[in-house]
Every structure is written in structure tokens, then in C-alpha cells.
Design a protein around this ligand. Structure first.
Ligand code: ADP
Ligand code: ADP
Length: 251
């Protein structure tokens, strides 16, 4: 059963050129995606194909121009009805945001560089109903889960390596108790060996928690390594979709 769904999601960006003429970019055209519990869905495609736009619409960082964005609802069974949040305002979205969390390529977008790691993680948990005491216990558990020492909670993000910062970003996302994690080029800035560590960590956490994982990447190798199913985008459209083994088996 899907926990996150996009139905015919479209996004047209409106920009003006230097003469003030309106320019439209049809960055996403009727894309449909579903992510179920325990499933890893990859979104691949060349630069500019619309991957990030799809991710930003699905996590409601931006308003889609058309279509439905369906999220699960907190404190309801996994088989309960999804709710269309495509045209929700931020205030309506806030209580639902725990359901779909994101890890960006740049850890500074997930973590406030001016706050101690522990405070960022604790804030995430408190935002979605944990008491401070519960959040503090959870923060220590999550550091352990992403294989960082608990002392790290007292440090700032800049005191960690890039790979460690991504682990912390994952811990912060998990503190919100999401059902779905969206990773937007989350390992793309890392060395290959560090990438492999993060991928195996993600796979382990995902299996343990039964999360849905939507994994956006321009790197086919990474998608083939991690994903059960892959969606291929080209010029704003989904042009191919299938189980990873089938998609990458072409001669
Ligand atoms: P990808 O993630 O696959 O690289 P994007 O979703 O970032 O693709 O971009 C898809 C298209 O939309 C590109 O042509 C890009 O230049 C354009 N685009 C992305 N963001 C904006 C924006 N904020 N304003 C105008 N055009 C944008
Ligand atoms: P990311 O790698 O984080 O997805 P991008 O490098 O695609 O970000 O884009 C950085 C910012 O510039 C984003 O906010 C995106 O919306 C915006 N952007 C991307 N392409 C365009 C474009 N053609 N015109 C205007 N803004 C754009």
C-alpha cells in the first residue's frame, strides 16, 4: 500500500527574461509515482530532467501547478486513506510534515549550521509530539543508529565530515518518525566509499523501520545498487519505469 503518491503532478516555472518577457519552463508534466512501505523507488535522469522538481512537489517544498500529492496521515494505520495535500498551505501542511521527511544533497539545507546537532535532532522530535525527555532519549538512540558517538550531539555540523553530516541529517529526519524518506541527491557529493556506507545504512534503517524510500539520483550505478524499482525521467516526463533488475538488464 502506498504511503506517498503523486498523481499526474505537473510544475510549470514562470520566469522573466531581461526584456521582461514571460518564459515558461514545463519542468514536470503529469508525473505519477507511488512509494509503499519497505520499498525503495529510484528516480533517475540527466540534469534538468525534472527529478528535483518532482521531489520538491512531493515533499511540498513548492506548489505543484497541477495533479495530486497524496500523503499518509499521522496516528493512523498504514492502510488508512491518503490525503491530497497538493494545494495545502504551510499551516495545514505542518502537522502532516512528519510523514514525509527529506535529506538533501547539501547537509546545510537539512541541518542548521548554527545549532548543535543534538538541538536540531531534539527539535525535530518535539515538533511532532515528543516531550523533551523523550526527544533527548531518542536523539541518543538515533546517533547510535547512524553510528556516531553520542558526544556528537554537543557539537556543531561543521565539526563533522560530509559523510557524517549526512548521517546526522538522516538522524534528524528519522526523529520526526516519518513513514517516507525522500533523498534528493543525498550521496552525490560524497566519495564513492562514503556513498557505499550511507547507502547500506539507509537500506538497513529502511528495512528495520519499514520506511518507504524515494531516492533521487543522477547516478545510475547508485540507483542500481539500492533501488527495488526505478523511474526514468526525461524532459519533465516519466519515460520508463520498472523493477531495477529489468531496467538495467538491457543489452
Ligand atoms: P533535475 O533535478 O533533473 O536536474 P530540475 O527539476 O532541477 O531537474 O529542473 C528541471 C527544469 O526546470 C530545468 O530546465 C531547470 O532549469 C528548471 N528549473 C528548476 N528550478 C527552477 C526554478 N526555480 N525556476 C525556473 N526554472 C527552474
Ligand atoms: P538542487 O541541486 O538543490 O536541486 P539546483 O542546482 O537544481 O538545486 O537549483 C538551485 C536553485 O536554483 C533551486 O532553488 C532551483 O529551483 C533554482 N533553479 C534551478 N534552475 C533554475 C532556472 N532555470 N531558473 C531559475 N531558477 C532555477
Amino acid at each position: 500500500l502506498p504511503l506517498l503518491r503523486g498523481r499526474d503532478v505537473s510544475k510549470t516555472y514562470v520566469a522573466r527574461d531581461w526584456l521582461g518577457r514571460q518564459r515558461l519552463t514545463h519542468a514536470l508534466q503529469a508525473a505519477s509515482v507511488a512509494v509503499s512501505a519497505g520499498e525503495t523507488v529510484g528516480v533517475v535522469g540527466e540534469s534538468g530532467s525534472g527529478k528535483s522538481t518532482l521531489a520538491r512537489c512531493l515533499i511540498r517544498l513548492i506548489d505543484p501547478t497541477g495533479g495530486q500529492v497524496l500523503w499518509s496521515q499521522p496516528d493512523q494505520g498504514a492502510d488508512s486513506a491518503l490525503i491530497d495535500v497538493a494545494s495545502f498551505k504551510e499551516g495545514q501542511l505542518r502537522p502532516l510534515r512528519s510523514q514525509v521527511q527529506v535529506v538533501f544533497q547539501d547537509p546545510n539545507r537539512s541541518l542548521n549550521p548554527r545549532r548543535k546537532v543534538g538541538d536540531s535532532i531534539i527539535e525535530g522530535a518535539i515538533n511532532f509530539g515528543a516531550t523533551r525527555a523523550e526527544a533527548t532519549v531518542l536523539a541518543a538512540l538515533l546517533m547510535d543508529k547512524v553510528r556516531l558517538p553520542a558526544e556528537g550531539l554537543q557539537r556543531y555540523p561543521s565539526q563533522f565530515s560530509g559523510g557524517q553530516r549526512q548521517r546526522i541529517a538522516i538522524a534528524r529526519a528519522l526523529a520526526c518518525r516519518p513513514r517516507v524518506l525522500v533523498a534528493d541527491e543525498a550521496v552525490s557529493a560524497l566519495d564513492v566509499s562514503v556513498q557505499a556506507q550511507i547507502l547500506s545504512l539507509l537500506r538497513e534503517i529502511q528495512a528495520e523501520l519499514g520506511l518507504g524510500l524515494l531516492f533521487i539520483t543522477h547516478d545510475l550505478r547508485v540507483a542500481a545498487q539500492l533501488c527495488d524499482r526505478v523511474i526514468v525521467m526525461y524532459q519533465g516526463k516519466i519515460v520508463e519505469e520498472g523493477p531495477t533488475a529489468e531496467l538495467f538488464a538491457h543489452p
